[in-house]
Ligand binder design. Structure first.
Ligand code: ZN
Length: 431
């Protein structure tokens, strides 16, 4: 009796989740890996790219046919360095989590509407927000959250005003700014904070691995945290099959991080030739960003201390790009826009095209970033994406114009993204 009931229940379920099928005909495919376009047709079934063919595909029963009109079909874009909850204005007088969360919903909408079907949150955003997008409660990209950023006392994440008491020394919580950063010192606290992030649903762990621009009291040259503290975080992360990304600028900081198991360096602007070579030999990623550094000086609320530090790191940007090219270091596509600067997102495409070909920039924003995301191992519960390949997740964009010749078409997604598909679901259809 009971068994019959269960079977009937499963049958009902199979009706409820009936697979959606789309046949996208007559497109030129940029597969995320090759610099050329291949004419063809793509069948999407139940969220997955089921078939790619140069010959016409017979539409299965019930399939929705989409005429691509000879447009370019690209994998959805990926940004490796986003702070969804970091967009309250820098000169704010309000900092409650409610405000940061409400603004984050706008930021998320902007990303998905600009063709970014996946982002890696480089710290601050609670993994619950990622779950809300996944379940369809909120509109936004697929998020790989890092949870609270780990920072040592007096580190780049120690955003207290000078006269604000220490969060734990004064007997409070180690979390600052509505849980966006956690102040940790010593091996035990690093282990504990990493494990707490993983328990909450972080897919990778972010640490502040050296001095930063937007904090007031840590010099750019400062080394953060100690080798044993870094190893503790790396150990706790790798015990869950995932990796650590670290904010760092200088060669000394980067070398310490790489030596102790960090797999992804964020920013890296002051790296020298020998360290870049060392990074490549250790198969470590340098995820860097262009637009934000060029736009920060105009940010309302930026202090003279911030500007002085910005001046120091910005001088290294062209050298870093040359070294990434020289040693073919994996870099992906990342923006790190903060404090309301997210409308500058698509400017990153054209800024990069000053140094790389449009095809190379598109590979960074698709297959190369996806490779970095997959370093999360089994904590990636979404399958493979970032390339147009049979059996991979159907994150697809139909683009008006010729992005491989003129990438600036991506600056205007409302006009030039004719179709946005995420996980086999149509998000926008302007055909
Ligand atoms: Zn950042």
């Amino acid at each position: 009796m009971k068994r019959t009931w269960v079977v009937a229940g499963l049958m009902c379920l199979s009706f409820a989740v009936q697979a959606e099928t789309f046949l996208i005909e007559n497109v030129r495919i940029f597969n995320g890996v090759d610099a050329n376009l291949t004419p063809g047709h793509v069948l999407v079934n139940d969220g997955i790219i089921a078939r790619i063919s140069q010959d016409p595909i017979d539409a299965p029963d019930g399939a929705t046919i989409i005429d691509g009109g000879n447009r370019v079909l690209s994998p959805g874009f990926i940004d490796l360095h986003v702070h969804l909850t970091g967009h309250a204005p820098a000169n704010q007088t309000y900092s409650h989590a409610t405000v940061a969360g409400a603004i984050a919903a706008d930021v998320a909408r902007h990303f998905l509407d600009s063709g970014f079907t996946t982002i890696r949150d480089a710290g601050g955003t609670h993994p619950d927000l990622a779950r809300a997008f996944e379940l369809g409660t909120l509109y936004g990209p697929r998020v790989f959250p890092s949870g609270a950023i780990l920072s040592q006392t007096a580190g780049h994440g120690d955003w207290r005003h000078q006269d604000q008491p220490h969060p734990t020394l004064e007997g409070g919580s180690p979390y600052l700014f509505s849980g966006q950063v956690v102040i940790v010192d010593g091996v035990d606290q690093h282990l504990m904070a990493t494990r707490e992030n993983l328990r909450n649903g972080a897919t990778q762990i972010k640490i502040m691995g050296g001095g930063g621009v937007m904090s007031q009291y840590d010099p750019i040259y400062s080394l953060q945290p100690t080798p044993s503290e870094i190893r503790a975080v790396v150990q706790a992360a790798s015990d869950w099959g995932t990796y650590v990304l670290a904010h760092a600028y200088t060669s000394e900081a980067i070398r310490r991080l790489v030596d102790n198991g960090v797999r992804c360096i964020e920013h890296g602007l002051l790296i020298d030739d020998a360290t870049a070579k060392y990074v490549k030999e250790h198969d470590v990623v340098i995820s860097t960003q262009l637009v934000v550094y060029r736009a920060l000086k105009d940010l309302p609320g930026i202090t003279q201390t911030n500007l002085d530090k910005l001046d120091v790191v910005l001088k290294g940007q062209e050298n870093l790009i040359a070294l990434i090219k020289k040693y073919k270091i994996t870099t992906g596509f990342a923006t790190d826009l903060i404090s309301g600067m997210y409308p500058l997102l698509t400017r990153e495409f054209t800024e990069r095209a000053m140094y790389w070909t449009p095809a190379e920039v598109l590979m960074q924003a698709t297959s190369e970033s996806a490779k970095v995301i997959r370093m999360a191992g089994r904590l990636n519960r979404f399958g493979n994406f970032g390339e147009i390949r049979e059996g991979w997740v159907a994150d697809l964009l139909l683009i008006n114009g010729e992005p491989l010749e003129d990438i600036s078409v991506l600056r205007d997604p409302d006009k030039n993204l004719a179709l946005i598909m995420q996980g086999g679901k149509i998000i926008k259809n302007r055909l």
